[in-house]
Write a protein that binds this ligand. Sequence first.
Ligand code: AMP
Ligand code: MG
Length: 344
Amino acid sequence: MKRLTALLLALLTAASLTGCEKEPESAELSLFAMDTYMTLSAVGEGGGEVLAEISRSINVLEQQFSRTIESSDVSVLNREGRISPDTDMDTLLRLAVQYSEETAGAFDVTIAPLVALWGITSDSPRVPEQGEIDALLPLVGSQHIHRDADVITLDEGCAIDLGGIAKGYASDAAAAIFHQSGLTRGCANLGGNVYVFSDDAVDTCWNVGIQDPQDPSGWVCTLALDDHFVVTSGGYQRNFTAEDGTVYQHIIDPATGAPAESDLLSVSVIAAYSGDAYAGTRADAYSTALYVMGERAAADLWREKNDFDMVLVTTDGRVLYTPGLADCFTEAEDSCYVYQQIAA
Ligand code: AMP
Ligand code: MG
């Protein structure tokens, strides 16, 4: 199988899409949306228009899912406690509740009050008192989201945050557009959410690099993939350092209301595109959840579901990967990590 010379790093910055091979009919587009830099790339006639369509679609979704845009569906729901959602919001909330159940609550969009309390991705992060955390913990849980006919309501005081899943939903939208486009190949790097596309007739794949959580310019491995989502979550992506030197990262454990104290530095979930099955959305929710769950529970969930792959980077210096990746997995050269396959 021929490999594209492009190296795609699953980073959070504009530099994440590096070295894309320039071909006569290639196009690239960068945008800032959903609080992150995104880079889109396409090969094939009309690629520029396809990327513009993907970009428009991401912007439309952001208008609905953002917590900071006052008119968004999420803001209205959080402010007024009820909303008649449009199709995307309705679908995404339904999926979010489903993934919360599948991950025993490790992923939970009702974590919003605690995300706001810690403010880790805001301009004013702080370490709250335990009493403040305890007061908000009862507001967390998908049982607080109610659906009645065309109306969604939230219990008093509750709020939702789609930051752990909205980019995955946007990557599903990008994948659908690529598939309808007639293009040869393309990729959408939406922060830590990557989708790579190769037309079935083209015998090529992308090399997707998984960032080294301890070295922003390095990677722990590359994966040769086509038509897959690769979604990475990690505490290294966003965090703040308190006055006493403690680092608090942005993924909250719904069981404690505090930043997850994971034995993982990062989790990457790899899932094949499968029509309208929302594989990108699910990979996004799962990567967040598996980070919270830690190595052992993540491996248990993978064995139970048996329908996705993953790469775990542990705090004690191991890179663990599922056997389904063996044929497409290349270790980084001169790596200081120990590489192990996860037992099925
Ligand atoms: P991700 O980068 O996809 O892992 O998502 C992290 C973001 O999701 C955070 O910045 C929060 O906005 C939100 N979040 C934090 N903790 C959780 C959680 N346990 N479940 C769902 N969303 C979360
Ligand atoms: Mg996520």
